[in-house]
Design a protein around this ligand. Structure first.
Ligand code: PBG
Length: 306
């Protein structure tokens, strides 16, 4: 198949702007398909290398890594599995890959929340402390970009402060800066073992109904020291990208999240559409909307057409 882009295209979709999410799950002995997400698997620590090699051959160089440890921790402080995974990957692939690490507590806390909570309320101080330990460990292991997705108040400021204190002055932060409470995260939570229990995420994720608050959230993260901003879910936030860029002058991307991506797969599975065409269409719309980068579970499928 050849996809034709007219010369006067407002879309600049290219390989370099794509980021492929990848999952490493300590509980697994063999790779496991992620329900709803087509060509996406949860990998073991030993099989992830092969997966990245295959993607690299296709021309994918940017990866957003989600690490799912076996043990839950009430007060997370042991990130040794995370360290090993990151360290091994960067030792092997060095500068051939840009490795972004999702930095959140939801795969590790017993209640699946993105922070440490007591009596259905997040303890911000304890949460920042644990996120700081995590992020520091990832940088020591060789991570290229830290991507906090917890959506707690002032996480970016806290991380920037401890990076400076620890000599990581040049380290980069991609903030999930405008992230909504959403029903589109379903397949992901399955894979990340991170469904929230006891209360939902509305005390820390944004309501879709408030546009100013949504843009302001990115402005605040920019002011606190983020290098890259992002909207999520991407398809339902398409109207925000250009405004956030204009306000912050920072590179701003979109995350086509698991439920959005799964819907393209489901259309095909039900013979109501063609997955690769739907993917191509949606990614070109992100580019037309001025996204500087796109995180999509379809990166490894679309790349051969670019
Ligand atoms: C965790 C996190 C989530 C996603 C990325 N990081 C889920 C959530 O906030 O509940 C969603 C990604 C996806 O659905 O593809 N903080």
């Amino acid at each position: 198949m050849k996809i034709y882009f007219p010369n006067k295209s407002s879309s600049n979709l290219s390989k370099k702007m794509l980021i492929q999410p990848i999952f490493v799950d300590q509980r697994l002995k063999v790779k496991k398909k992620i329900k709803g997400l087509g060509n996406n698997y949860s990998w073991t620590q030993s099989t992830i290398t092969k997966a990245i090699e295959t993607d690299l051959k296709k021309g994918i160089t940017n990866f957003l890594l989600f690490i799912v440890p076996t043990d839950k921790q009430k007060l997370p402080e042991d990130f040794s599995f995370h360290y090993d995974v990151i360290h091994n990957l960067k030792k092997k692939f060095k500068k051939d890959i840009t490795l972004l690490i999702d930095t959140c507590l939801c795969s590790i806390t017993p209640d699946g929340h993105c922070g440490i909570s007591h009596k259905k309320k997040i303890d911000l101080k304890q949460t920042h402390y644990a996120l700081g330990l995590a992020a520091n460990t990832y940088l020591e292991a060789g991570a290229d970009i830290i991507a906090p997705s917890d959506m707690m108040k002032n996480t970016t400021r806290y991380l920037r402060k401890i990076f400076n204190e620890n000599g990581f002055h040049q380290s980069q932060i991609m903030s999930y800066s405008t992230k909504f409470k959403s029903g589109f995260y379903g397949p992901f939570r399955d894979a990340a073992n991170s469904s929230p229990k006891g209360f939902d995420r509305s005390s820390y994720q944004l309501p879709v109904t408030d546009r100013n608050k949504a843009i302001n959230s990115s402005i605040i993260n920019a002011a606190q020291g983020a290098n890259y901003l992002m909207v999520k879910p991407g398809m339902t936030s398409i109207d925000l990208i250009a405004d956030i860029k204009r306000e912050t002058l920072l590179p701003t991307g979109a995350y086509q999240v698991s439920g959005e991506f799964a819907s393209l797969q489901l259309l095909e599975a039900n013979k109501l559409g063609k997955y690769i065409d739907l993917l191509n269409e949606s990614l070109n719309v992100f580019s037309r909307a001025k996204a500087d980068f796109i995180i999509t579970y379809g990166a490894r499928d679309i790349v051969k057409y670019l």
